[in-house]
Design a protein around this ligand. Sequence first.
Ligand code: RIB
Length: 297
Amino acid sequence: MKILNFGSINIDNFFSVDHIVRDGETIDSKFYEEKLGGKGLNQSIALAKVSKDVYHAGKLNIKDDFILEYLKENKVDTRYIKKTQALTGSAFIQVDKNGENSIVLDHGANYQMDYQFIDEVLNNFERGDILLIQNEINNLAYLIDKAFDKGMFIVLNPSPINEALLNLDLNKLNMLIMNEGEAKDICKLNLEEEIIEKLKTYYKNLKVVITYGKSGSIYFDSAITLRQKAYKVDVVDTTGAGDTFTGFLVGLMANDYPIKAALNYAALAASLAVKVKGASNSIPNFDKVEEFLKESI
Ligand code: RIB
């Protein structure tokens, strides 16, 4: 079974600030650095920490070969990444003194996923292969339709939320991994019990994970409900923690880990990620996660 992550690639511009800039305010950045990210790229790297056969599909600027090298060094197969004239996507990320962030995205090449490219990539995958997607590329509805027709196992991390995302047909998905805010927006409900009830009632075949940051996460499907704690660490930068969680969870499930163990490893990996500045570079190797597990018992 192969894992295809069809997603964004961004150059992340990090600004370390005292607080997230307010309306009309100009503030100094204490530190600036450029790193590689994008929810797509981050999740591919997290997947490849725990699984073989991880393929990233997406687009970047013709001059940005260094990003392909970076993905290859991280054991991600790049054969389905196409070069274009458009600039590689970029993100402007403020990280405040508590490690919380605020992000502005410029889509660039991430919004050049035309039908032909999607068809060409999907031709290489078959029934039972996993498709992981986030919401930082265009034509997601088409991609889901085509992958559904092929019988792929479709996992959506609905981040960030926008109008197009809210119009997607959730019936075609096998799994949703989202944070609390995204769950509220998708279900148009506020209370956890109501959200769970709605998803279980209307989407009987869907596996769902909702993350609550420091308060852990919940997994449910039609048969079981599990709660997972978050591990306490000193927070330096939360950017990419959700991507680390998603990549570890999907990668471990693909390798037949029981959901309870996969959730626990995903939580441990996300906690380690917030201890380090940056996104893709903060994703821990699996041996570090196993060490952390032993220390935490
Ligand atoms: O989830 C973190 C990512 O969101 C960053 O790497 C940034 O590129 C934005 O897409």
